[in-house]
Ligand binder design. Structure first.
Ligand code: ATP
Ligand code: MG
Length: 563
């Protein structure tokens, strides 16, 4: 990994893993060498929780002149696929990280198998012919010892012979497993003869094809892989705390010398109004409840990207939540806040009319057009200026006009009140036209030519400013208003199926929105603030003929009020 010079300035307090690493460096552990890995199973797309782990694994290596490898934990061919391998690499790079090497647990299948044979020969592993259910029943409880398998005391020869048969594909899936012979009464349930190998003949592996018929379990693969690679700090989430003694035990069975990888655990990220289990996300995708892994409502990295989140917004979110040893759930509002904060100065602020009604300025010369030069973003002069076309006929938001308006309605109404058109003139409504159903079709108004923004008359203050676009020049676009995927804070909490908790209003598609002509050249991934509406991004499926904007987030948190 490219290593930047460590910034000397802002001295943030260390998280507890950084403190451990600094102490190890001070103590000369592993000669001060720092090596981490990010170990996804390629059985789905990465989500925002993985981003938390990625920022930790890559962040530690970056900060302490170490390396971080990407290791695919590909020990279960039934669920894994190259599609996932590719997407994982893309997402890590998008977050701004570079791995030193790409490794695969499947690179170690032979080494792991050799170790298994060694353990059999040492009388530390045996082939069990019981079903998975029976083995689970015999596990006991934390306070009650388990029951030993009747196959536990086979001879080494018999075990070797059976393991060879398993390996050669002579035994059906599920008929036998290889188990470590440790201690069926150990208070740590993971020591009660854990399964090391199972038979999978039905699915070819995405890398090794049909070569292997037996596959190592997580506990038998992870620590050894860390050891083979020279990992110093193997960082994972808290559910692995109970696996740690077994992680150490397997390594101790064969490791020589002083070097040992060490496992450390932090709290996983949970967020309200979403689900982050890959199984549940896959269900949403497969059942068509979302448009795919990168549906902008998904908590996946690719979904967030398509929604308009920036890598910077994700980093600032991860910085805010920090790393601890206590599980908890983070309010989705905090993630949304991070992207608002990031886009505030980055995104040009433009007029986009989502529910347009035509407006005619009756005293503006017919056929005349003006081109105003307007600031892209008042908070960021570096973004420069753009052109905005003005003319006699405009579109304004339907909600900005009311024929019979109450006193406290400060926008357009034929009541003599004046309103400023953003970046343009002050106007006064004079009346409107309606269709047979009473819907307003055209608003009529008059403008005051002396009140152009940027001139002296432009300083005149009125109660409100409204957005507009010129009818002939404007861009017609599809706008997708995304909201939270689930209607409840914790969709997995109740007895009801999580799919019944989906927010029915999580997507509203608005066709024929009218947007400033300057956005005609916008490209997928470009961010904008639609004034008074929120932040939007050009969707990846957007074309010149069908321009699509996705709402990243509204300007304010509408859910905070509801709660
Ligand atoms: P799932 O259980 O949904 O399949 P997983 O946790 O098994 O997901 P992995 O691909 O094994 O997914 O995860 C790779 C790494 O990312 C692991 O080190 C894991 O601890 C970490 N990770 C996964 N989910 C989270 C999360 N919500 N918060 C923080 N880290 C996570
Ligand atoms: Mg996992």
């Amino acid at each position: 990994m490219a290593v930047d010079n460590m910034p000397e300035t802002p001295k943030k307090t260390l998280n507890f893993i950084e403190a451990i690493v600094e102490q190890d460096i001070k103590d000369g552990v592993n000669n001060g060498r720092i090596q981490t890995r990010f170990p996804p199973e390629p059985n789905g797309y990465l989500h925002i929780g993985h981003a938390k782990a990625i920022c930790m694994d890559f962040g530690i290596a970056q900060k302490y002149n170490g390396i971080c490898n990407l290791r695919f934990d590909d020990t279960n061919p039934v669920k894994e696929d190259v599609e996932y391998v590719d997407s994982i690499q893309e997402d890590i790079q998008w977050l701004g990280y570079k791995w030193a090497n790409v490794y695969y647990a499947s690179d170690y299948f032979q080494q792991l198998w050799d170790l298994a044979v060694r353990l059999i020969k040492e009388g530390k592993a045996y082939v069990d012919e019981q079903s998975a259910e029976v083995i689970a029943q015999q596990k006991g409880t934390p306070t009650q010892a388990g029951t030993e398998s009747p196959y536990r005391n086979r001879s080494v020869e018999e075990n070797l012979d059976l393991f060879m048969k398993m390996t050669n594909g002579e035994i059906e899936d599920g008929k036998m497993v290889l188990r470590a012979k440790i201690d069926m009464a150990n208070p740590n349930m993971h020591f009660r003869d854990p399964i090391m190998y199972r038979i999978i003949t039905s699915h070819p592996h995405h890398r090794t094809g049909n070569k292997w018929k037996v596959y190592p379990m997580y506990d038998f693969a992870h620590g050894q892989s860390d050891y083979f690679e020279g990992v110093t700090h193997s960082i994972c989430t808290l559910e692995f705390v109970v696996h740690r003694p077994l992680y150490d035990w397997f390594i101790d069975q064969f490791a020589e010398g002083d070097y040992r990888p060490r496992q450390y655990e932090f709290n996983r990220l949970n967020i309200t109004y979403t689900v982050m289990s890959k199984r549940k996300m896959l269900q949403l995708v497969k059942e068509g409840l979302v448009a795919g892994w990168d549906d902008p409502r998904m908590p996946t990295i690719c979904g967030l990207r398509r929604r308009g989140f920036t890598p910077e917004s994700i980093h600032s979110f991860i910085d805010k939540i920090g790393y601890t040893k206590v599980e908890g759930t983070i309010d989705l509002g905090l993630l949304e806040h991070s992207v608002r904060e990031d886009l505030k100065a980055k995104a040009p602020r433009v007029c986009a009319i989502l529910d347009p009604v035509r407006m005619v300025i009756t005293n503006y010369p017919e056929g005349q057009k003006e081109e105003f030069t307007v600031e892209e973003n008042a908070d960021n002069p570096e973004l420069g200026n753009r052109k905005q076309i003005f003319g006699r006929e405009l579109y304004i938001e339907r909600g900005d006009f009311m024929e019979d308006a109450p006193k406290d309605f400060y926008r357009l109404s034929p009541n003599g009140r004046e309103v400023r058109l953003k970046n343009a003139y002050i106007v006064k409504a004079t009346g409107c036209e309606k269709d047979a159903n009473g819907n307003v079709t055209t608003v009529y108004c008059e403008y005051d030519p002396e009140t152009k923004s940027g001139t002296e008359g432009g300083n005149r203050k009125v109660k409100s400013t409204i957005n507009w676009v010129e009818t002939e020049s404007c861009l017609k676009a599809e706008v997708r208003l995304y909201d939270r995927l689930f209607a409840v804070e914790d969709p997995s909490a109740s007895d009801e199926d999580f799919r019944s908790q989906l927010n029915p209003d999580s997507l509203k598609v608005v066709k024929n929105c009218c947007i400033e002509s300057a956005l005609k050249d916008a490209k997928p991934g470009d961010h904008f603030q639609f004034l008074k509406q929120g932040y939007f991004v050009v969707d990846k499926d957007s074309t010149a003929d069908n321009v699509i904007f996705n709402r990243t987030v509204s300007l304010k948190d509408n859910w905070a009020k509801k709660a």
